[in-house]
Design a binder for this molecule. Sequence first.
Ligand code: G4P
Length: 539
Amino acid sequence: MALSAAALAEEIQRRRTFAIISHPDAGKTTLTEKLLLYGGAIRSAGSVKSRRSDRHATSDWLEMEQERGISITASVLHFEYQNFSINLLDTPGHQDFSEDTYRALTAADSAIMLLDNRKGVEVQTQKLFSVCKKRRLPIYTFVNKCDRIGEDPLRLLDDVQLELGIDCFVSTWPVRREGRLVGVYDRSCGKVWLYEEAADHGRSRPPATLVHLESDKLATAIGSEGVENLREEIELIEIAGSEADFDAVARGEASPVCFGSALTNFGVDVFLERFLSLAPPPSPRETRDGIIEPAAHPFSGFVFKVQANMDPRHRDRVAFVRVCSGEFEEGAEAVVSRTGQKLRLAQPQEFMARERSHADSLAVAGDVVGLLDRGNLRVGDTVALGDKIEYPGVPRFSPEHFSQIHIEDALRRKHLDRGLRHLAEEGTILLLFAPSITGPIPIVGAVGSLQFDVLLDRLQREYGVSARLEKLPFHCARWVTGPDNQIEKVANAYGRRRVMDTDGAELILFDNEWTLQRSIEQEKDLTFHDVQPNTSADT
Ligand code: G4P
């Protein structure tokens, strides 16, 4: 049912679509589970036992889904909290899958940066942060694991500012007694949230009381010396810490910081509420032809993820579309901008413990819809009603690992080709072809080597193909544009190979970074691209 203009605007205003960026082990799974607990999507937290060896092969959520049987899609968790309608986008934890994370971030309106209080900014945090920065995503920081003594909070904030070049300002501050976290100081009201330790080790929401700095309750909780220390710390924050500049937050130049513990839940509720009230609803998005206002334009969105064979009984694919404007209208005829093809918007899909069902909930700008697809949609495609519009593509990163693929049973060749094509369309691997006298040889490229494990596993399980990989001696690649004879000259040198991707774009593989850099310096007629040229607009 189509909403009135006012109702549509109101619905969009309630949406908060974000991702959590963190280094593995900082506590993303734990925090995600607590957000679900607070949103009422699960009744008790805990028991997500990670089989670490399996973890890289699946989404962290898929694992949660399998173990807990809770309702999540493979790509977005949707839940309500107070009057907010929340979409939490999945970002795989392992760095070999960072390309998936980059794609998810193109669909987000903001990000939570999760830090471990003993480790501060780590490698993966830094990488993901730089993507958020390029996209000018507002970032809200949660310093986790404060139930344990970690780095001095002010020093940690200094490190964040120094290493990431973002201004931090304290939103909540840890309150301790003899090193034990008992609450958080809420700078917005100048009071302290005191938590009662629950006997169930963080499975449920702990009772919290808001108290004045002068209150007897606080003195009882942390002692009069503790109160004195806290006052001194607050003074220090006020002197040393930045003032809240919410315009700078909206531009991604400053980040409010909260402290707490996802494990014990202390500080999680205040963080969630602060985050939701500050994080932006879906905002206008740039297209190649101008700005699209979320509430003033009919349905439009772009595909940020394609997943084949989510349900082994249905041999089809699901394209995850981030809705950027309007309301998803079942039955309406949209256009896929890349091909000009018409696409009837069929009922979107929802996934419950891997069982597929029709989603009957409303989907408006900010939401993610899963569309069943028979091969018409690709990552980066815009799907829109009305005038043809085109959102900038989703970047495709140049691979760093390359292998030639062999099969034992030549009769399975067709299955192999189909599997490779599907998995390449999903973005699991980059499928390349090297010219040879006997015809093009397929080569697979991946950003992280674990993607190869996933490739072999999925070829076996989903396409019945037993394949073997032969590692090739190349370590970097660039898409190249320029005169053909120049490309040929560079590619013919020792330790390089000329290949083509499935879109017909030319790449050169290099044996090492040094030869690549030398070619970039020497070959002024060629342009070397580290993301696929026609998808680079957004980065
Ligand atoms: P990830 O998804 O970012 O990789 O992290 P995950 O939530 O799996 O947490 C990694 C480890 O850190 C887990 O411990 C988890 O219990 C712990 N952790 C998460 N949040 C907190 C916190 O606020 N305080 C403390 N002290 N620990 C926290 P583990 O020993 O690896 O697993 P488990 O046996 O506890 O499940």
